[in-house]
Design a protein around this ligand. Structure first.
Ligand SMILES: Nc1ncnc2c1ncn2[C@@H]1O[C@H](COP(=O)(O)OP(=O)(O)OP(=O)(O)O)[C@@H](O)[C@H]1O
Length: 816
């Protein structure tokens, strides 16, 4: 049957140092409900953390009460052949050694009280060993010079044991044990730290082995078994923080080793508490290897969690309480160790059993071990010889035939060989004397065997203990009282543990399922994280691509800017960027309209009809003119709105209307334009403009008509986005920047015969306007020698500007 590890918490009082420092107690112990409450460690508000254990002892509680309430049950179990372990756990200076010292004292009293008051049938063999684990090395505390020899070994029958000559002393009473323990304590490593004047620097393990042999009857006639209970009393070194203990040098090294092994113990506790076949890392330290049977093994185990009440130790206290609470979930399977192979008492038991068999049987094989057999044989030989002689004499004295004599001798021989009784007919004389002789022999044999058995018993007596205080009635009464009390206590502890475990396991079950869910979530999170990384990578690639494209656009802009005429608003790309707004509906940027530096023109005056020069192209509508009107009236949007409705009528009007641009261009207008050209010429003289004022670079291929408009250049040709299917509705306003799609690429322009034949004269006159219309409208690919700078001569400009009418015919933009 499984049984959980019992856990008791013990809180020591505030020590003088802590009182002096004004530390506050943050621990409340309720012995009745076996609860320990740790007030909010951070000092914040709240009810604190409550932990329930199998027993809880406050600062006023004595080690005696702790022993009587929880410790003695384990010791009693050891007396009955179980393995038991009691270990004190906690941070440095919290009272582990203090508790274990008192515990050991009471344990020894208890054990020897039990053995001494036991019946005469019970024989006990008590063996004591004391070792320490110092810096992960085993050292015998009962003798010197074994530190490098002792090793831990595992055996399927014996469990974990110490090989290499650990001293195991046969002890007879508590006083002898106490003397040995004190001797061991003197050898144990201890040193002063800031937190404890006598801090243990090693884990100490005191082991008391108790072998029990019950002799049911005086002559050991019935089968007896040997039981062996082994009790480990472990005083662990305390966990410590270097900053607080001020450990340096050897102390620091010891602290590191202590903390490592304690963390291994913590891991073993956690793994065992989690259960479900989880790997238990026993092999991580010598301490956990040694305690293997005690944690999750066949032992009955008590953990005493020692805590400090001080608020400055609250963090360590919380950690101790957590481990202690976890340890309560560990399940052991205690079993009585019967007939262990290596038990000393077993050897005596075997000898006694052999003697018993010898007494009970006449087996000839047994007689080999005794000198009687030879004696017997010689007796029989003599007897036989005497018989033969008697028969011969009888034959001689009587008249028996030879045949009869032969027969009688043959029968005698058979009787001798088989050991059977002599044929009564053949031994009428000696029959009675032979039976008496047999009986005498048998009696001799029995006496000899009894003597051997007594000898074994004497040897057993010498080694073992038991029943010494049989005559002490008071002690026997006390023992009996304790035994009964412990029986009741054991069952009470077990039932309360089961109750506790019920709720503990309920909560634990919930925790397990939550843990499983968390594990699943963690897996999912991992997957999502991987997906997120993938997405991030693809976004990064996309972003890089976009940034590069943006860079390309910027580079193109930078390359284009020098080709724009001075005063063109799009020269200030930063301003354009700042003013541009994103239009969700259109899904594109709305460029600022009011950036254009518009030169106000005088209002058009109507001229007599006959003086009006019509547009050279009458077959196509003059969109620019139309738009100019729109711009002048500042009513472009309305116009655009009604554009579709008025398409037909405005087309007709345009054909009929006089070209109002003619009226714009008078002398002052021409002067302005010339000034502008001159300004352009001087702009970026060494770089972009030719001597004639033209740009060295050609306008990029695919220049948008918007861009042309934004240059404030005026084309006399309509801007056609679809040359094959031109529709008047596709007219574009030129005085303003319109966010209209449509690029006028080279092909489009080349297709447009009208454009070729009638290049916008004013554009030709401006420095950045590409020349060579007659040779094909090439914006981008024209060799620099043929670019507009070569063709744009001052003469041409002069010619053009002198001729007002010609100029006006082509320059319709009201922005000039
Ligand atoms: N319950 C207690 N009542 C009174 N004094 C106590 C109690 N527990 C501990 N002390 C005192 O506190 C001091 C430190 O105790 P102890 O040496 O047992 O601590 P420890 O946990 O063994 O420390 P370390 O791990 O460093 O060995 C000692 O002086 C001890 O007498």
């Amino acid at each position: 049957m499984s049984e959980s590890v019992k856990v008791a918490v013990r809180c020591r009082p505030l020590n003088p140092r802590e009182l002096q420092q004004g530390c506050k107690s943050v621990i409340t112990i309720d012995s009745a409900s076996k609860c320990c409450t740790l007030e909010c460690p951070t000092g914040g508000s709240g009810n604190g953390k409550v932990y329930q254990f199998d027993a809880a002892f406050g600062s006023e509680a004595t080690t005696e009460s702790l022993y009587e309430n929880v410790g003695s049950v384990i010791v009693e179990a050891v007396l009955n052949g179980y393995n038991g372990t009691v270990f004190a756990y906690g941070q440095t200076g919290c009272g582990k050694s203090h508790t274990m010292r008192g515990f050991i004292e009471r344990t020894l009293d208890h054990v020897f009280e039990a053995t001494s008051t036991a019946s005469a049938d019970m024989r006990y063999l008590a063996l004591l060993s004391y070792l320490e684990i110092y810096n992960e090395r085993l050292r015998d505390l009962l003798q010197d010079g074994t530190s490098d020899l002792l090793t831990l070994k595992e055996d399927p029958h014996r469990g974990t044991y110490v090989a290499g000559g650990l001293r195991e002393v046969t002890v007879k009473d508590a006083a002898e044990c106490t003397r040995l323990v004190e001797e061991g304590d003197r050898r144990r490593a201890a040193a002063a730290t800031k937190m404890n004047a006598a801090s243990s620097r090693s884990h100490a393990v005191l082991t008391l082995s108790l072998e029990t042999l019950e002799i049911n009857d005086e002559n050991c006639k019935t089968e007896n078994t040997v039981k062996r209970g082994r009790l480990h009393l472990v005083d662990l070194a305390g966990s410590e923080r270097q900053a607080r203990t001020g450990a340096t040098g050897d102390r620091l090294k010891e602290a590191a080793s202590i903390n490592l092994s304690l963390s291994a113990l913590g891991n073993v506790i956690s793994a065992l508490a989690a259960g479900h076949g989880r790997h238990v890392p026993y092999r991580d330290s010598k301490l956990t290897r040694l305690l293997r049977d005690s944690l999750g093994g066949n032992a009955r185990t008590l953990m005493i969690a020692c805590v400090s009440p001080s608020d400055v130790d609250a963090e360590e206290t919380l950690s101790t309480l957590r481990y202690a609470a976890r340890a309560r979930c560990i399940k052991n399977k205690p079993v009585i160790n019967e007939d262990p192979k290596d038990a000393l008492l077993r050897q005596y038991q075997l000898e006694l059993q052999r003697l018993k068999k010898m007494l009970e049987s006449n087996d000839q094989s047994l007689s080999r071990e005794f000198p009687e057999r030879d004696e017997e044989d010689s007796d029989r030989r003599t007897e036989y010889a005497q018989e033969v002689e008697r028969l011969k004499k009888q034959c001689e004295d009587s008249n028996l035939s030879a045949q009869k004599l032969r027969e009688e001798l043959e029968a005698l021989k058979i009787r001798y060989e088989t050991g059977a009784g002599v044929n009564p007919s053949l031994k009428p004389v000696s029959e009675r004397s032979m039976d008496e002789q047999d009986l005498e022999r048998e009696e001799r044999r029995r006496k000899k065997r009894e003597a051997a058995m007594q000898e074994v018993m004497k040897r057993l007596e010498k080694l073992t203990i038991g029943g010494e205080a049989q005559g002490d009635a008071e002690l026997r009464r006390r023992r009996e009282k304790r035994r009964k009390k412990l029986e009741a206590l054991a069952s009470a502890l077990e039932s309360s543990a089961q109750e506790g475990n019920g709720s503990v396991f309920q909560v634990y079950g919930q925790l397990r399922s939550t843990e499983d869910a968390l594990k699943r979530m963690a897996k999912r999170v991992k997957q999502l994280e991987m997906e997120a990384v993938d997405l991030q990578a693809s976004w990064d690639a996309e972003r890089r691509d976009l940034l590069r494209r943006e860079l390309l656009i910027t580079q193109i802009c930078e390359a284009m800017i020098p080709h724009l005429r001075p005063g063109c608003p799009f020269r200030d790309v930063t301003a354009v960027r700042a003013e541009a707004t994103w239009c969700d509906e259109l899904g594109r940027w709305r460029l600022p309209l009011d950036l254009s530096t518009q030169i106000p023109l005088p209002p058009p005056t109507l001229v007599p009809k006959d003086s009006i020069q019509y547009n050279a192209v009458t077959s196509k509508p003059d969109l620019n003119n139309n738009n100019n009107s729109n711009n002048n009236s500042n009513n472009n949007e309305d116009e655009m709105g009604n554009e579709a409705d008025n398409e037909e009528s405005s087309e007709q009007e345009e054909v009929k209307k006089p070209d109002i641009a003619d009226t714009y261009f008078r002398r002052s207008r021409i002067d302005k334009l010339l000034a502008h050209v001159r300004e352009a010429k001087t702009f970026e003289p060494g770089n972009r403009l030719s001597k004639s004022g033209g740009s060295e670079d050609s306008v990029p291929l695919g220049c948008n008509h918007h861009q042309l408009n934004a240059l404030n250049l005026q084309s006399s040709a309509p801007v056609i986005t679809d040359l094959d299917g031109y529709r008047p509705s596709q007219r574009v306003a030129t005085g303003r920047m319109m966010a209209r799609p449509g690029w006028m690429d080279e092909n489009s322009v080349n297709k447009c015969s009208f454009f070729k034949k009638n290049p916008p004269r004013i554009l030709e006159a401006l420095p950045s306007y590409p020349q060579g219309m007659n040779g094909g409208f090439k914006f981008g690919n024209k060799p620099s020698s043929e670019k507009m700078s070569d063709k744009l001569s001052p003469r041409l400009i002069q010619n053009e500007v002198v001729d007002d009418t010609t100029y006006a015919r082509h320059a319709r933009s009201p922005t000039y």
